[in-house]
Design a protein around this ligand. Structure first.
Ligand SMILES: [Fe+2]
Length: 323
């Protein structure tokens, strides 16, 4: 799940020349990282243009510089999302980049998950982006092929869960923030699962499955002990693998006992797993995935919630009304 690489990719479009933090930037050529700009030299509009013309989509920075870059990007995100400087696709890349930085950060430093102010700001920006871009899902999907599965997956699930809530239920802004926070942290408990199990390509043994299945409860116990997440967000972390027929885990609850937000996040989780592989590539068209969930996983999900999913992902002209 975590990169052993000392370089981290940053999408070129999320970099604002001149005000981007002064760090060394690298580009990747033939598998090698080559210094493009050293610390102390400005990154100008001209640099930006030149790289863009040469088809460079990502520059790379040292892992050690990520703290300063992440705070800069998170502080600028709202201004950029509201402004006209960036087009919809560039805004998508930026929200993607800040979300990836965030998820990467909390999976590496679990104690940072208690910074609720930061989490809320990220979800607010994600909501702002989704609400202003009718093709938000497509835009996000097109930029999601350059990172690690768990990070990409967390962001996809949070986006889809927010859209499903906004499509059919009128939640307050605070409730939406709780849903987004729970959804982006839904797999947080995977930090307690050994890498060998998470990254295993073959079939998991029964013991390994049991260890993997502890992640909702362990994530819940950890985050609950920090005392900063709302009950709604915590229930999403704990109950996103519960299923309507009682076959889910950790508690084996049945439909009416599973909070709606946890059911929606569970559906978003399965849908995203079916449609995107662990390298971020598309694997199954939306309508096939929905059909499969309706037929082969019939007893697992609420038909009403599947209708909402279908309406969202199988309609080309998606409109979102989040705010
Ligand atoms: Fe999970």
């Amino acid at each position: 799940m975590m990169t052993k690489d000392i370089f981290v990719p940053i999408s070129l479009e999320s970099i604002e020349p001149l005000i981007f933090p002064d760090v060394a930037l690298y580009i990747k050529t033939g598998g090698n990282y080559v210094l493009y700009k050293s610390n102390g030299r400005d990154f100008s509009d001209h640099d930006h243009e030149r790289l863009s013309k040469n088809g460079v989509g990502f520059v790379f920075v040292s892992k050690d510089d990520m703290d300063v870059i992440t705070s800069h990007m998170e502080a600028s995100a709202e201004r950029l999302l509201k402004g006209h400087l960036l087009n919809a696709q560039a805004k998508g890349k930026m929200i993607y980049q800040t979300s990836i930085n965030f998820v990467n950060d909390i999976f590496t430093n679990p104690e940072k998950s208690t910074d609720l102010h930061r989490t809320k700001r990220l979800i607010e920006n994600l909501m702002l982006y989704l609400s202003n871009n009718p093709d938000a899902i497509t835009s996000l999907e097109t930029v999601m092929s350059h990172n690690y599965y768990t990070f990409v997956h967390s962001l996809q699930v949070a986006s889809l869960a927010l859209l499903m809530h906004s499509e059919s239920y009128s939640l307050s802004r605070d409730e939406m923030l709780d849903v987004g926070t729970g959804a982006i942290l839904h797999d947080f408990g995977k930090i307690f699962v050994p890498q060998e199990i998470l990254n295993k390509s073959g079939k998991l043994s029964e013991d390994e499955i049991n260890i993997l299945r502890r992640h909702p409860e362990e994530g819940y116990i950890y985050l609950e002990s920090k005392g900063v997440l709302s009950p709604v967000a915590l229930s999403i972390v704990r109950l996103h693998h519960e299923r309507c027929d009682g076959s889910g885990y950790p508690l084996g609850l049945e439909s009416r006992e599973i909070p709606r937000s946890a059911q929606i996040t569970g559906i978003a989780d399965v849908y995203c797993t079916l449609t995107t592989d662990n390298r971020g590539s598309k694997t199954m068209p939306p309508h096939i995935a929905v059909q499969l969930m309706r037929n082969q996983m019939k007893s697992l999900f609420s038909p009403t919630l599947l209708d909402i999913l279908e309406k969202l992902v199988c309609t080309e002209d998606i409109q979102q009304f989040l705010l």
